[in-house]
Write a protein that binds this ligand. Sequence first.
Ligand code: 13P
Length: 257
Amino acid sequence: MRKTIIAGNWKMYKTITEAIELANGLKRELFELDLQRIEAVLCPPYTALSEVSEVITDSTIQLGAQDVFWLDEGAFTGEVSPKMLKDCGCGFVIIGHSERRQYFAETNDTVNKKIKAALKHGLTPIVCVGETLAEREGGKTFSVLEDHVRNGLKEIDGEDFAKIVVAYEPVWAIGTGKTATPAQAQEAHKYIRETLSAMFGADLAQGCRIQYGGSVKPENTRELMIQPDVDGALVGGASLSVQSFAAIVRTAAEVKK
Ligand code: 13P
């Protein structure tokens, strides 16, 4: 059985004070999280990682970052290394988010380097893949997913692959209020799992958790999580309030498969 994993990607929102308040609220709401059923991860901006880490240190909530560089240290102005993220208390890191691919020239090659660096330092990568609206409308969804998965995860061995979480985030559903239908999500997740199976074998592919991301809200969580190949959510906007993120986590924990 794959344990459901819900992550909140706070993107470029929340000052340190606001981040502490949100993390405290979530700690109160989610204190009885059943770790047998669910994992919850908060991904604040870099500036708030240490403070959020302190807030959640005595809870079951975990910490992640939104990006990482692939080297340990050096003259790379503005970058943050995996070692530094570990130092802040991170266990997870989002890699290859479509906003990074779109606005910051992230490619499958840089994604691949970042995944390897994260794994080397014991960080769990949450690897984002997904097609744009033009690609979907042009009938290219599966080929884009195959490209992101095969090239993003190239030259990674089975042992390392077993630690990776994949997030399917159709770009057209991010921040638009337009969620993929449960059937669209399931179809894409199944295709991703089949691609992983061809790369790493059926057993490892069956064990891999694939999150859905794109306008996830408390109201649509159940219908998405109930899909056989949907193992969690990567939540943007709705992760910025205690009530909505806590409701998503609780709803996901109730879904039995
Ligand atoms: P929204 O939930 O705001 O659509 O964002 C999804 C996302 O990009 C999570 O990484």
